[in-house]
Design a protein around this ligand. Structure first.
Ligand SMILES: NC(=O)C1=CN([C@@H]2O[C@H](COP(=O)(O)OP(=O)(O)OC[C@H]3O[C@@H](n4cnc5c(N)ncnc54)[C@H](OP(=O)(O)O)[C@@H]3O)[C@@H](O)[C@H]2O)C=CC1
Ligand SMILES: CC(C)CCC[C@@H](C)[C@H]1CC[C@H]2C3=C(CC[C@]12C)[C@@]1(C)CCC(=O)C[C@@H]1CC3
Length: 345
């Protein structure tokens, strides 16, 4: 009988490793002596120590070679929230995650770390210092959030000590940093179109923005602490900068850092949310005839006008988590990394 080679604990796979968070995670894993297998629908870079496997995570046969001799898998692939494509989210985040779990079990993977989102508990109303025992959103604010909830449940329920397959979920919030394709580029594009003059609501709402290296740190701690006797088995963990900031102060610091004016004039939250909802409905109805993507979606307005910050006490207690980069330094390094997005560039 052929004996199965136990995968080396320093060999891991990053599904979604070509993306923003995925690539930062791959770089840190290499620094820590891991060899990394990246699985992604696209290849965006090359690095020594990294083997790329290009494919769709919904295809188990494509996934299996990337998981060969791997003991630890990070799953951080998802369609971008801005796509708002229900069919795509269901296919990738729900069915695709089922396929990833099956492939991991079949390949003999021992640990899986999912990148979930703190938004799985967000319904568009205030969350202050939210802990992991908050219930999942009953009325998720968009298809992205709806499928991230299902995805997290699937992964946590798959944790099985008897079978030697351990899982944990990291819930980051508002990730930012160099190479982010979302937050800073959308913000700058909105400013360049003259639409960043207004503050939605009174501007006092507190929010978590998390520097990408802290999110990476949380993932690696969770992976390394995940053992059969660890409290992390089958649990979700909030990972933030642990420095909630006023949403509009954060936006202003990034904008001013890049040479744009900070928003000044206030608009009532209910008015903007109502308009955003109307526009979203119009875009939905007119979709077959004209295609337009409103900047101020109901999701973005809700995020811009409510409190949403989370406690990471559980991660501190169980994982020994502590942010490694403060918010001020994170913002400075982010601003420096976007010379091409500066005013006048
Ligand atoms: N950014 C944020 O603020 C937050 C993100 N998260 C979560 O973090 C994770 C990483 O996000 P982020 O780095 O920002 O996102 P990115 O879009 O930068 O990275 C995701 C990667 O997954 C790839 N991908 C998408 N669909 C598939 C598929 N079917 N098969 C294989 N690969 C696929 C993407 O390719 P392509 O680009 O071609 O689609 C991309 O390379 C996601 O799970 C997201 O839900 C959670 C909280 C906050
Ligand atoms: C147009 C302006 C009102 C807002 C511009 C900035 C926004 C693009 C970002 C502010 C908060 C961000 C955020 C996410 C995406 C980008 C923002 C809306 C997520 C939805 C990304 C995926 C998640 O899991 C949750 C994030 C919450 C914060």
């Amino acid at each position: 009988m052929a004996t199965r080679v136990r995968p080396s604990s320093k060999r891991c796979a990053v599904i979604g490793g070509s993306g923003f968070l995925g690539r930062h995670l791959v770089e840190k894993l290499l620094d820590r002596g891991y060899s990394v297998s990246v699985f992604d629908i696209r290849q965006s870079y090359e690095l020594p120590g990294v083997t790329f496997h290009q494919g769709d995570l919904c295809d188990k046969q494509a996934l299996l070679p990337a998981l060969k001799d791997v003991s630890l898998v990070f799953h951080c692939a998802s369609p971008a929230p801005a796509s708002d494509d229900r069919g795509l989210f269901e296919r990738v985040n729900i069915q695709g995650t089922r396929t990833v779990i099956q492939a991991c079990i079949e390949a003999g993977v021992q640990k899986m770390v999912l990148t979930s989102s703190a938004s799985v508990v967000f319904e568009g109303t205030d969350i202050e210092n939210g802990r992991e025992d908050l219930p999942y959103a009953k009325k998720p604010i968009d298809f992205y959030t709806e499928t991230k909830i299902q995805q997290e449940k699937l992964v946590l329920e798959a944790c099985d000590k008897d079978k030697g397959f351990l899982t944990v979920a990291i819930r980051p919030h508002g990730i930012f940093g160099p190479r982010d394709p979302q937050l800073v580029p959308i913000l700058v594009d909105t400013a360049r179109r003259g639409k960043m003059k207004f503050i939605i609501g009174d501007g006092t709402n507190l929010v978590d923005f998390t520097f990408v290296e802290n999110v990476v740190h949380g993932h690696i701690l969770a992976a390394e602490r995940l053992r059969p006797d660890s409290p992390a088995c089958g649990k979700p963990y909030h990972i933030t900068n642990d420095e909630p900031i006023k949403f509009w102060d954060f936006m202003s610091e990034v904008l001013v850092g890049l040479g744009y004016a900070a928003p000044r004039y206030h608009l009532p939250y209910a008015l903007v949310y109502g308009l955003a909802l109307l526009l979203w409905l119009l875009a939905l109805i007119l979709h077959p005839l004209v295609s337009f993507k409103p900047t101020f979606t109901p999701m973005r307005v809700a995020l811009a006008g409510t409190h949403h910050y989370y406690s990471c006490d559980r991660a501190k207690e169980d994982l020994g988590y502590k942010p490694v980069v403060g918010l001020k330094e994170g913002i400075e390094r982010t601003v420096q990394s976007y010379p091409h997005l500066r005013q006048g560039a």
